[in-house]
Design a protein around this ligand. Structure first.
Ligand code: PMV
Length: 338
Protein backbone atom coordinates (compact mmCIF):
# COMPACT_ATOMS: atom_id res chain seq x y z
CA UNK A 1 0.00 0.00 0.00
CA UNK A 2 1.34 3.45 -0.92
CA UNK A 3 -0.24 6.69 0.28
CA UNK A 4 0.73 10.03 -1.26
CA UNK A 5 -0.77 13.44 -0.67
CA UNK A 6 -0.63 16.67 -2.67
CA UNK A 7 -1.80 20.19 -1.83
CA UNK A 8 -4.46 22.39 -3.38
CA UNK A 9 -3.65 25.98 -4.33
CA UNK A 10 -4.92 29.52 -4.60
CA UNK A 11 -4.01 31.96 -7.35
CA UNK A 12 -2.35 35.00 -5.85
CA UNK A 13 -2.49 36.48 -9.35
CA UNK A 14 -3.02 35.59 -12.97
CA UNK A 15 -5.74 32.99 -13.59
CA UNK A 16 -7.40 33.13 -17.03
CA UNK A 17 -4.63 35.36 -18.45
CA UNK A 18 -2.26 32.39 -17.97
CA UNK A 19 -4.25 30.54 -20.64
CA UNK A 20 -2.96 33.13 -23.17
CA UNK A 21 0.70 32.98 -22.18
CA UNK A 22 0.72 35.63 -19.46
CA UNK A 23 2.47 34.65 -16.21
CA UNK A 24 0.55 33.52 -13.11
CA UNK A 25 1.53 32.99 -9.48
CA UNK A 26 -0.33 30.23 -7.67
CA UNK A 27 0.51 29.26 -4.05
CA UNK A 28 0.07 25.76 -2.61
CA UNK A 29 -2.11 25.62 0.52
CA UNK A 30 -2.37 23.12 3.34
CA UNK A 31 -5.54 21.46 2.10
CA UNK A 32 -4.61 18.10 0.65
CA UNK A 33 -5.85 15.22 -1.43
CA UNK A 34 -4.61 11.81 -0.25
CA UNK A 35 -4.50 8.89 -2.65
CA UNK A 36 -3.94 5.32 -1.47
CA UNK A 37 -2.88 2.78 -4.08
CA UNK A 38 -2.65 -0.98 -3.77
CA UNK A 39 -1.60 -2.94 -6.88
CA UNK A 40 -3.98 -5.75 -7.91
CA UNK A 41 -3.23 -9.10 -9.45
CA UNK A 42 -5.60 -8.38 -12.38
CA UNK A 43 -5.87 -5.34 -14.67
CA UNK A 44 -8.94 -3.83 -12.97
CA UNK A 45 -9.08 -0.44 -11.35
CA UNK A 46 -11.28 0.01 -8.30
CA UNK A 47 -11.81 3.54 -7.04
CA UNK A 48 -13.28 4.47 -3.67
CA UNK A 49 -13.84 8.19 -3.30
CA UNK A 50 -14.47 9.88 0.02
CA UNK A 51 -15.15 13.51 0.80
CA UNK A 52 -15.05 14.60 -2.83
CA UNK A 53 -18.04 16.80 -2.10
CA UNK A 54 -19.99 13.74 -3.17
CA UNK A 55 -21.51 11.04 -1.04
CA UNK A 56 -18.84 8.39 -0.73
CA UNK A 57 -19.10 5.71 -3.39
CA UNK A 58 -17.08 2.84 -4.72
CA UNK A 59 -16.81 1.77 -8.32
CA UNK A 60 -14.94 -0.99 -10.05
CA UNK A 61 -14.31 -1.18 -13.74
CA UNK A 62 -12.16 -3.19 -16.07
CA UNK A 63 -8.60 -2.28 -16.93
CA UNK A 64 -9.46 -0.53 -20.19
CA UNK A 65 -10.59 2.52 -18.18
CA UNK A 66 -12.98 3.21 -21.04
CA UNK A 67 -15.97 1.32 -19.70
CA UNK A 68 -18.20 3.58 -17.66
CA UNK A 69 -18.81 2.09 -14.23
CA UNK A 70 -22.40 1.11 -13.52
CA UNK A 71 -23.40 2.81 -10.28
CA UNK A 72 -26.51 4.40 -8.93
CA UNK A 73 -25.41 8.04 -8.78
CA UNK A 74 -25.46 10.88 -11.27
CA UNK A 75 -23.13 9.86 -14.11
CA UNK A 76 -21.57 13.33 -14.40
CA UNK A 77 -20.46 13.15 -10.76
CA UNK A 78 -18.94 9.73 -11.33
CA UNK A 79 -17.17 10.99 -14.44
CA UNK A 80 -15.86 14.00 -12.57
CA UNK A 81 -14.39 11.86 -9.84
CA UNK A 82 -13.16 8.94 -11.94
CA UNK A 83 -12.07 10.86 -15.05
CA UNK A 84 -9.07 12.36 -13.29
CA UNK A 85 -8.21 9.09 -11.54
CA UNK A 86 -8.40 7.27 -14.90
CA UNK A 87 -6.06 9.77 -16.49
CA UNK A 88 -3.63 9.46 -13.57
CA UNK A 89 -3.71 5.66 -13.91
CA UNK A 90 -2.92 5.92 -17.64
CA UNK A 91 0.07 8.17 -16.88
CA UNK A 92 1.36 5.90 -14.11
CA UNK A 93 1.03 2.79 -16.31
CA UNK A 94 2.94 4.55 -19.08
CA UNK A 95 5.65 5.90 -16.75
CA UNK A 96 6.19 2.47 -15.19
CA UNK A 97 5.90 0.69 -18.53
CA UNK A 98 3.16 -1.48 -17.01
CA UNK A 99 0.19 -1.14 -19.39
CA UNK A 100 -1.88 -3.81 -17.65
CA UNK A 101 -1.28 -2.82 -14.03
CA UNK A 102 -4.44 -2.92 -11.90
CA UNK A 103 -5.01 -0.94 -8.72
CA UNK A 104 -7.30 -0.47 -5.75
CA UNK A 105 -7.39 3.28 -5.26
CA UNK A 106 -8.86 5.33 -2.43
CA UNK A 107 -9.16 9.07 -2.79
CA UNK A 108 -9.74 11.32 0.19
CA UNK A 109 -9.68 15.07 -0.12
CA UNK A 110 -10.32 18.11 2.00
CA UNK A 111 -10.21 20.38 -1.05
CA UNK A 112 -13.67 21.38 -2.31
CA UNK A 113 -14.28 20.08 -5.87
CA UNK A 114 -14.15 22.51 -8.77
CA UNK A 115 -14.01 25.54 -6.49
CA UNK A 116 -10.77 27.10 -7.74
CA UNK A 117 -8.53 25.36 -5.20
CA UNK A 118 -6.98 22.83 -7.59
CA UNK A 119 -8.73 19.72 -6.27
CA UNK A 120 -8.40 17.76 -9.50
CA UNK A 121 -4.71 18.61 -9.90
CA UNK A 122 -4.00 17.46 -6.33
CA UNK A 123 -5.77 14.14 -6.94
CA UNK A 124 -3.92 13.56 -10.22
CA UNK A 125 -0.51 14.53 -8.79
CA UNK A 126 -0.90 12.38 -5.65
CA UNK A 127 -2.37 9.55 -7.76
CA UNK A 128 0.52 9.45 -10.24
CA UNK A 129 3.09 9.54 -7.42
CA UNK A 130 1.35 6.80 -5.41
CA UNK A 131 0.72 4.53 -8.41
CA UNK A 132 4.25 4.76 -9.84
CA UNK A 133 5.72 4.13 -6.37
CA UNK A 134 3.35 1.20 -5.84
CA UNK A 135 4.73 -0.28 -9.08
CA UNK A 136 8.30 0.26 -7.83
CA UNK A 137 8.99 2.94 -10.48
CA UNK A 138 8.96 6.32 -8.67
CA UNK A 139 9.42 9.45 -10.80
CA UNK A 140 10.64 12.88 -9.70
CA UNK A 141 8.33 15.81 -8.92
CA UNK A 142 8.89 17.64 -12.19
CA UNK A 143 8.05 14.50 -14.13
CA UNK A 144 4.96 14.01 -11.94
CA UNK A 145 3.96 17.61 -12.71
CA UNK A 146 4.51 17.05 -16.44
CA UNK A 147 2.45 13.87 -16.50
CA UNK A 148 -0.26 15.38 -14.29
CA UNK A 149 -0.55 18.27 -16.74
CA UNK A 150 -0.99 15.80 -19.60
CA UNK A 151 -3.68 14.01 -17.60
CA UNK A 152 -5.57 17.26 -16.90
CA UNK A 153 -5.16 18.41 -20.49
CA UNK A 154 -6.78 15.18 -21.66
CA UNK A 155 -9.71 15.30 -19.22
CA UNK A 156 -10.32 19.04 -19.77
CA UNK A 157 -10.17 18.87 -23.58
CA UNK A 158 -7.06 21.01 -23.82
CA UNK A 159 -8.37 23.73 -21.46
CA UNK A 160 -5.62 23.47 -18.86
CA UNK A 161 -2.55 25.46 -17.93
CA UNK A 162 0.41 23.96 -16.10
CA UNK A 163 -0.28 26.14 -13.05
CA UNK A 164 -2.34 23.81 -10.84
CA UNK A 165 -0.38 20.64 -11.49
CA UNK A 166 3.06 22.24 -11.18
CA UNK A 167 2.10 24.06 -7.98
CA UNK A 168 0.61 20.93 -6.42
CA UNK A 169 3.65 18.81 -7.29
CA UNK A 170 6.27 21.34 -6.13
CA UNK A 171 4.54 23.13 -3.21
CA UNK A 172 5.18 26.73 -2.10
CA UNK A 173 4.65 29.56 -4.56
CA UNK A 174 5.36 29.04 -8.23
CA UNK A 175 5.45 31.06 -11.42
CA UNK A 176 4.00 29.67 -14.61
CA UNK A 177 4.28 31.30 -18.02
CA UNK A 178 3.34 29.01 -20.89
CA UNK A 179 5.50 25.91 -20.57
CA UNK A 180 7.99 27.70 -18.35
CA UNK A 181 7.44 26.72 -14.70
CA UNK A 182 9.64 27.78 -11.77
CA UNK A 183 9.37 27.76 -7.99
CA UNK A 184 9.67 31.17 -6.32
CA UNK A 185 10.53 32.22 -2.79
CA UNK A 186 7.79 33.95 -0.88
CA UNK A 187 7.26 35.03 2.69
CA UNK A 188 4.54 33.18 4.58
CA UNK A 189 1.52 35.10 3.34
CA UNK A 190 -1.54 35.34 5.63
CA UNK A 191 -4.06 33.80 3.22
CA UNK A 192 -7.74 33.47 4.09
CA UNK A 193 -10.18 31.56 1.87
CA UNK A 194 -13.95 31.97 1.58
CA UNK A 195 -16.01 29.31 -0.20
CA UNK A 196 -19.57 29.82 -1.49
CA UNK A 197 -20.32 26.09 -1.66
CA UNK A 198 -20.52 26.18 -5.44
CA UNK A 199 -18.34 25.55 -8.44
CA UNK A 200 -17.83 27.29 -11.76
CA UNK A 201 -17.79 25.57 -15.13
CA UNK A 202 -14.12 26.12 -16.05
CA UNK A 203 -14.54 25.25 -19.75
CA UNK A 204 -17.45 27.65 -20.15
CA UNK A 205 -15.72 30.45 -18.26
CA UNK A 206 -12.48 30.06 -20.22
CA UNK A 207 -14.57 30.02 -23.43
CA UNK A 208 -16.33 33.24 -22.38
CA UNK A 209 -13.05 35.06 -21.81
CA UNK A 210 -11.71 33.78 -25.15
CA UNK A 211 -14.77 35.12 -26.95
CA UNK A 212 -14.49 38.56 -25.33
CA UNK A 213 -10.79 38.66 -26.07
CA UNK A 214 -11.37 37.81 -29.73
CA UNK A 215 -14.23 40.32 -30.07
CA UNK A 216 -12.79 43.40 -28.38
CA UNK A 217 -9.32 44.92 -28.19
CA UNK A 218 -10.14 46.27 -24.74
CA UNK A 219 -10.79 42.73 -23.53
CA UNK A 220 -7.49 41.56 -25.02
CA UNK A 221 -5.83 44.54 -23.31
CA UNK A 222 -7.49 43.52 -20.04
CA UNK A 223 -5.88 40.09 -20.30
CA UNK A 224 -2.50 41.74 -20.93
CA UNK A 225 -3.05 44.06 -17.98
CA UNK A 226 -3.54 41.03 -15.75
CA UNK A 227 -0.10 39.92 -16.93
CA UNK A 228 1.27 43.34 -15.91
CA UNK A 229 -0.25 42.93 -12.44
CA UNK A 230 1.42 39.53 -12.10
CA UNK A 231 4.81 40.98 -13.07
CA UNK A 232 4.41 43.74 -10.45
CA UNK A 233 3.39 41.16 -7.85
CA UNK A 234 6.36 38.93 -8.65
CA UNK A 235 8.75 41.88 -8.30
CA UNK A 236 7.30 42.62 -4.84
CA UNK A 237 7.70 38.99 -3.76
CA UNK A 238 11.26 38.87 -5.12
CA UNK A 239 12.22 41.90 -2.98
CA UNK A 240 10.69 40.46 0.20
CA UNK A 241 12.64 38.45 2.76
CA UNK A 242 11.21 34.91 2.50
CA UNK A 243 12.23 34.17 6.11
CA UNK A 244 10.53 37.22 7.67
CA UNK A 245 6.82 37.76 8.26
CA UNK A 246 5.56 40.11 5.57
CA UNK A 247 5.09 43.61 6.96
CA UNK A 248 1.98 45.79 6.48
CA UNK A 249 3.55 47.71 3.61
CA UNK A 250 4.21 44.63 1.51
CA UNK A 251 0.77 43.24 2.35
CA UNK A 252 -0.87 46.53 1.36
CA UNK A 253 0.96 46.55 -1.98
CA UNK A 254 0.21 42.90 -2.74
CA UNK A 255 -3.40 43.38 -1.60
CA UNK A 256 -3.81 46.39 -3.87
CA UNK A 257 -2.67 44.29 -6.81
CA UNK A 258 -5.07 41.49 -5.83
CA UNK A 259 -7.94 43.99 -5.73
CA UNK A 260 -7.01 45.26 -9.18
CA UNK A 261 -6.72 41.68 -10.47
CA UNK A 262 -10.22 40.91 -9.15
CA UNK A 263 -11.62 43.99 -10.86
CA UNK A 264 -10.19 42.91 -14.21
CA UNK A 265 -11.47 39.34 -13.78
CA UNK A 266 -14.88 40.84 -13.02
CA UNK A 267 -14.68 42.91 -16.19
CA UNK A 268 -13.97 39.69 -18.09
CA UNK A 269 -17.22 38.28 -16.72
CA UNK A 270 -15.88 35.51 -14.49
CA UNK A 271 -16.90 36.79 -11.07
CA UNK A 272 -20.25 36.07 -9.44
CA UNK A 273 -22.48 37.80 -6.93
CA UNK A 274 -21.43 35.38 -4.18
CA UNK A 275 -17.73 35.91 -4.97
CA UNK A 276 -18.12 39.71 -5.03
CA UNK A 277 -20.01 39.57 -1.71
CA UNK A 278 -17.15 37.63 -0.10
CA UNK A 279 -14.51 39.89 -1.65
CA UNK A 280 -16.25 42.98 -0.23
CA UNK A 281 -16.84 41.35 3.16
CA UNK A 282 -13.10 40.65 3.35
CA UNK A 283 -12.14 44.18 2.31
CA UNK A 284 -14.61 45.73 4.76
CA UNK A 285 -13.18 43.54 7.53
CA UNK A 286 -9.76 45.08 6.91
CA UNK A 287 -8.16 42.55 4.52
CA UNK A 288 -5.29 44.11 2.56
CA UNK A 289 -6.81 42.73 -0.62
CA UNK A 290 -9.18 40.06 -1.91
CA UNK A 291 -9.92 38.39 -5.23
CA UNK A 292 -11.60 35.34 -6.67
CA UNK A 293 -9.29 32.37 -7.20
CA UNK A 294 -9.41 29.93 -10.11
CA UNK A 295 -11.90 29.87 -12.91
CA UNK A 296 -14.58 31.90 -11.05
CA UNK A 297 -18.33 31.74 -11.62
CA UNK A 298 -18.61 30.43 -8.04
CA UNK A 299 -16.26 28.71 -5.64
CA UNK A 300 -13.60 30.51 -3.64
CA UNK A 301 -12.04 33.87 -2.94
CA UNK A 302 -8.67 34.49 -1.35
CA UNK A 303 -7.85 37.42 0.91
CA UNK A 304 -4.72 38.68 2.67
CA UNK A 305 -5.24 39.31 6.37
CA UNK A 306 -2.96 38.46 9.29
CA UNK A 307 -5.77 39.17 11.80
CA UNK A 308 -8.80 36.92 12.48
CA UNK A 309 -11.20 39.64 11.21
CA UNK A 310 -11.62 38.46 7.61
CA UNK A 311 -12.30 34.86 8.58
CA UNK A 312 -14.90 36.02 11.11
CA UNK A 313 -16.54 38.44 8.67
CA UNK A 314 -16.68 35.78 5.95
CA UNK A 315 -18.26 33.25 8.29
CA UNK A 316 -21.14 35.74 8.78
CA UNK A 317 -21.43 36.61 5.09
CA UNK A 318 -24.54 35.41 3.33
CA UNK A 319 -23.57 32.90 0.68
CA UNK A 320 -20.26 31.93 2.32
CA UNK A 321 -20.45 28.32 3.52
CA UNK A 322 -16.87 27.95 4.73
CA UNK A 323 -14.06 30.33 5.68
CA UNK A 324 -10.62 29.23 6.74
CA UNK A 325 -7.02 30.34 7.07
CA UNK A 326 -4.94 28.68 4.38
CA UNK A 327 -1.34 28.06 5.43
CA UNK A 328 1.14 28.03 2.59
CA UNK A 329 2.03 24.38 1.89
CA UNK A 330 5.82 24.15 1.78
CA UNK A 331 5.71 20.50 0.72
CA UNK A 332 4.28 19.63 -2.65
CA UNK A 333 3.48 16.00 -3.30
CA UNK A 334 4.78 13.74 -0.56
CA UNK A 335 4.68 10.15 0.63
CA UNK A 336 2.43 9.67 3.67
CA UNK A 337 2.84 5.92 4.11
CA UNK A 338 4.26 2.90 2.32
O1 PMV B 1 -10.60 26.71 -11.20
P1 PMV B 1 -9.24 26.14 -11.36
O2 PMV B 1 -8.49 26.02 -10.08
O3 PMV B 1 -9.20 24.90 -12.19
O4 PMV B 1 -8.38 27.24 -12.17
C1 PMV B 1 -8.66 27.54 -13.50
C2 PMV B 1 -7.66 28.55 -13.93
C3 PMV B 1 -7.76 29.02 -15.36
O5 PMV B 1 -6.69 29.93 -15.54
C4 PMV B 1 -9.07 29.72 -15.63
C5 PMV B 1 -7.61 27.85 -16.34
C6 PMV B 1 -6.24 27.21 -16.30
O6 PMV B 1 -6.17 26.01 -16.62
O7 PMV B 1 -5.25 27.88 -16.00
Amino acid sequence: MTVCSAPGKVYLFGEHAVVYGEPAVPCAIERRARVTVEPRSDDHVRVAAEDLSLDGFTVEYDGSTETQPDVDVDQSLVSAATGYVDAAVRQAREAADAPNAGFDITVESDIPLGAGLGSSAAVVVAGIDAATRALGEPIDRREIARRAYRAEYEVQDGQASRADTFCSAMGGAVRVEGDDCTTIETPNLPLVVGFDGGAGDTGKLVGGVRELKESYDFAANTVESIGDIVREGEALLAKADPEADPGPELLAELGGLMNFNHGLLSALGVSARSLDAMVWAARNAGAHGAKLTGAGGGGCIVALDPTPETETALSFTQGCVDAFRAELAIDGVRVEAT
